[in-house]
Design a protein around this ligand. Structure first.
Ligand code: G6P
Length: 609
């Protein structure tokens, strides 16, 4: 969603801001802008649409400055217009904001009564005026920001500059990520390290309630009480290569093809350890995990489907109950907590607001055993969790999640086996066979990727369709759900997934020759059941696209098309079967000419409700 970048330097920061905003584009946005302090003036340029359009406008107006802030906006309060785009300016104070201010209406009325005029419908503009109102009373910029944020309810990450104080930039955060990047004689702020990684890898993650006073030569951080604090300096390991397309056409394509490496990196710690061990999840994990009575998984989107898959593993291998719930539902219902249960949040970004709030709610209900499976080190959700397992997918830029999903599954399988072992229900031989399956997984994923040419041929038949149905059973049902989600997200073909056994209770009514039916049908215990379900479709004239394993006997016909993975990989089969459905969605979208990496209306990191 929204993104922030700011810079203070001895050189022209405009290219830094533009480059940073381009690297934040993947998060999803609908307008962009920058403001710079130029002499004793604040100049800004804003445009709806792409950063490139705003960049062209800035170039035309000859922007050049040593202090500036930039923003990509994903509209919440107020439509997608230039006047609603950030930065917002009040009497020479310019600011960019991520998050939502809940009491913006009261603040707006108060400020109107003080004589301030509003040009936008945003909640952000009130912050600019509020800060100015404190400056007008004699405060300096740092103290004006500190006083202003005390009056705000809601979530914010802010970067603020003022024409009156051209040597400093103030940052503040509550509920939204913000970091300070430390350069050599220059410093930066950003909502995401990828925005500044070209300039520096040394970063300070601001904590809840922090403000930072950033000059060219210094960074001073203050906590929510205004006390000076020392925050650790981290060296980011985000690689520039992971932020660039290389030879690929889209990030989604690149990320799909990175999966053998991503999976390999994510299992590395397990392989080095030679066993499933609690130490993989952080200090003291054995004590947390040993006596868990059940698992409550909370997540959104693709991460939720990873959780649904894990439920099958957790109940069958670790032999404890597991429930999986969409975070935005859990956080608003009267849940019954069992403090002996482990609460697992799954999040690629580590900053999805609903997942974060669901975690806070679980903690408020007495859940102290919390574990986060996350792809972004030091992000908010792992920081709020007792234990963490970092997937090592590398930066995921495509809005539609791919490599994060398969690596989440690896992490969840590892968690399952670790709990099973601590509970004494995983014997040595089974552990060895699971470790071996994991070791072979990158190769199996590569074999699935090699099916791409056959999937391309299918996708051409898919592209003209309006609807599609995905079927799976057991542990592969969530893969059908994920396949349908991928297809609708990026190709805009309406797709639904059903457990194949449920077909006759409703969706069968939709089946005709215009409705392609994708079936995930690996050679597992439910294969014969799936085959019967396929007959039900066939008898109604439906066209079927079946993903099977080489060893399952499937007759092909005009109505039934089959693509086979080289072999059935047993318990890890859902991970391998995720690959063909990702490829199908990608190529169907390509054939339809949609914007694969930035599907309409969607955002990569959803930091609003
Ligand atoms: C957004 C993204 C999805 C993602 C979901 C959850 O909707 O577009 O790809 O699955 O958020 O995100 P998270 O970062 O918590 O996994």
């Amino acid at each position: 969603m929204c993104g922030i970048v700011g810079a203070i330097a001895d050189r022209d920061v405009v290219p830094v801001l533009i480059d940073g905003l381009k690297r934040l584009e993947y998060r999803g946005y609908d307008s962009a802008g920058i403001a710079v302090v130029d002499g004793d003036d604040v100049r800004r340029v804003r445009r709806t649409g792409r950063v490139a359009e705003m960049e062209a406008a800035a170039a035309q107006e000859g922007f050049n400055a040593t202090l500036g802030i930039g923003h990509t906006r994903w509209a919440t309060h107020g439509g997608v217009t230039e006047t609603n785009a950030h930065p917002h300016v009040s009497h020479g104070v310019a600011l960019v904001h991520n998050g939502i201010i809940e009491n913006h209406e009261q603040q707006r009325e108060k400020l109107r009564a003080m004589g301030y005029e509003f040009e936008s419908q945003t909640d952000t503009e009130v912050i600019a005026h509020l800060i100015h109102s404190f400056l007008a009373q004699g405060a300096d910029l740092l103290s004006a920001v500190q006083q202003a944020v005390r009056e705000l309810h809601g979530a914010y990450a802010l970067a603020v500059v003022s024409r009156k104080e051209p040597g400093r930039m103030i940052a503040a955060r509550m509920g939204c990520p913000l970091l300070v990047g430390l350069g050599d004689g220059e410093n930066f702020v950003a909502s995401d390290v990828s925005a500044i990684v070209q300039a520096t890898r040394r970063v300070i993650f601001l904590e809840e309630g922090d403000t930072a006073d950033v000059t060219r030569a210094s960074v001073a951080v203050y906590d929510g009480n205004g006390e000076a604090v020392q925050r650790d300096v981290h060296i980011s390991d985000v690689s520039l290569a992971s932020l660039e397309l290389g030879p690929y056409r889209h990030f989604m394509q690149k990320e799909i093809h990175e999966q053998p490496r991503a999976v390999g990196d994510t299992i590395e710690a397990v392989m080095d350890n030679g066993a499933f061990s609690a130490s993989l999840f952080g200090e003291g994990a054995a004590d947390v995990l040993r006596d868990v009575e059940g698992v409550q998984i909370l997540a959104c989107g693709t991460s939720y489907y990873a959780g649904l898959t894990a439920r099958y593993w957790i109940e069958s291998i670790a032999k404890i109950p597991c429930s999986v719930e969409i975070a935005s539902e859990y956080r608003y219902r009267d849940a019954v907590a069992n403090p002996k249960n482990l609460v697992v949040t799954i999040s690629q970004s580590g900053e999805t607001l609903d997942t974060m709030e669901a975690l806070k709610y679980a903690k408020s209900l007495g859940h102290a055993k919390t574990l986060s499976i996350c792809n972004v080190p030091e992000s908010a959700i792992p920081r709020a969790s007792r234990l963490v397992y970092y997937t090592r997918a590398g930066a995921e830029i495509g809005v539609a999640s791919t490599k994060a999903f398969t690596t989440q599954l690896v992490a969840l399988f590892t968690l399952t086996c670790t709990i099973a072992k601590l509970r004494g229900v995983l014997d040595d031989a089974t552990e060895a066979s699971y470790l071996d399956a994991l070791r072979q997984l990158p190769g199996s994923v590569q074999h699935a990727l090699n099916l791409e040419p056959q999937i391309v041929a299918w996708s051409e038949r898919f592209a003209p369709k309006q609807h599609a149905l995905f079927l799976g059973r057991g542990v592969h049902y969530p893969i059908a759900l994920e396949g349908a989600l991928k297809l609708k997200e990026i190709s805009y073909i309406h797709a639904e997934a059903y457990p194949a056994g449920e077909l006759k209770h409703g969706p069968l009514a939709l089946v005709d020759e215009a409705m392609p039916v994708v079936v995930i049908a690996p050679n597992d215990a439910l294969l014969e059941k799936v085959k019967s379900n396929i007959q039900e479709v066939r008898a109604r004239g439906g066209e079927m696209f079946v993903f099977a394993d080489a060893d399952s006997q499937f007759g092909e016909s005009e109505q039934v098309h089959v693509i086979r993975t080289p072999r059935h990989v047993g318990v890890l089969s859902p991970i391998v079967h995720a690959i063909p459905v990702q490829l199908l969605a990608y190529h169907a979208a390509l054939a339809r000419g949609t914007d694969v990496d930035k599907p309409r209306n969607l955002a990569k990191s959803v930091t609003v409700e």
